[in-house]
Write a protein that binds this ligand. Structure first.
Ligand SMILES: [Mg+2]
Length: 289
């Protein structure tokens, strides 16, 4: 359900999440490029070129996808055979449905692929998950179902192809304008690594700007009321380091079992996002000493 309908049921928590490498174990776009497109070596070169600002993430990703010539339905079929979800994501999703926590996928990938994988691996109820991502369209004069017949259509004009903060921002603005309404806790889970090491920090930053603007100078137009929000950052990835450096409220996760435990505890009032973030900060400090 898109904004603002998401708010009609007055959810206690809204859960935004990345897809590739966060809900899935492997990145689906990397898999397609390596196995159906121009291969791993060229993909890595594209990653490096993005890292060194020779091309944007958007350009590099477009090149990757343009190198995949299989008809689009065939790509989805092969991905369903080769990409697995985190083994605990379905448990989390079933719990979120029961208690009325909307799950919104924000991805730099492609909506029909994400929908195809989620429905294949979870079942038809995965059709209820809102997905905000890039689209896939025909490549005229061909149709998507033909060899070389599809292309990516980016979500917006940003160098990321999809600026994830654009989806979160209206929620923040809504609660700025309606301070009397109970504000849901807004959580985000990500690995900070959509296809591209290094550049991932920027992509991570893009969503971090949306969830905790008050910690970053110069972004004061975003709501200070967002200070209770929390970012789940995948253990051992760049996003953790970024959060530590910027003082952004975060906690780490290994898989969706740990995300569910923390989210449930917040939902049930056994802890708060502030307590969770303080624990993570304390742990990180002890690790360094
Ligand atoms: Mg990712």
């Amino acid at each position: 359900m898109p904004f603002p309908q998401t708010l009609e049921a007055k959810p206690k928590i809204i859960f935004f999440t990345d897809f590739d490498g966060t809900i899935t174990l492997k990145d689906s776009n990397d898999w397609m490029t390596d196995n159906l497109g121009f291969g791993q070596e060229k993909r890595r070169q594209g990653n490096l070129d993005t890292l060194h600002d020779k091309v944007t993430f958007r350009e590099s990703f477009q090149d990757m996808m343009d190198s995949v010539k299989q008809p689009f339905p065939e790509c989805i079929r092969l991905l369903c055979e080769n990409i697995k979800l985190d083994p605990y994501f379905n448990d989390f999703y079933q719990w979120s449905r029961q208690v009325g926590v909307p799950v919104i996928v924000l991805s730099s990938g492609m909506t029909p692929i994400i929908r195809g994988l989620l429905v294949h691996l979870i079942g038809p109820e995965a059709n209820d998950i809102e997905i905000v991502s890039n689209e896939v369209v025909d490549r005229p004069p061909k149709k998507k179902e033909e060899e070389g017949g599809w292309q990516i259509q980016f979500h917006d004009d940003s160098g990321f192809g999809h600026d994830k903060s654009l989806t979160i921002r209206p929620y923040a603005k809504h609660f700025e304008a309606h301070p009397d309404e109970p504000k849901p806790v807004m959580l985000y889970a990500g690995d900070g690594k959509p296809n591209c090491p290094g550049r991932s920090l920027n992509t991570g930053a893009c969503l971090v700007l949306a969830v905790s603007s008050q910690t970053l100078p110069g972004v004061s137009d975003l709501s200070a009321a967002r200070e209770t929000d929390l970012l789940f950052a995948k253990e051992g990835y760049d996003l953790v380091v970024y959060c530590q450096k910027q003082g952004i409220p975060y906690t780490t996760f290994k898989d969706w079992q740990s995300i569910m435990a923390t989210t449930k505890a917040i939902f049930e009032g056994k802890t708060t996002v502030k307590e969770v973030a303080a624990e993570s900060a304390e742990k990180a400090k002890q690790g360094k000493d």
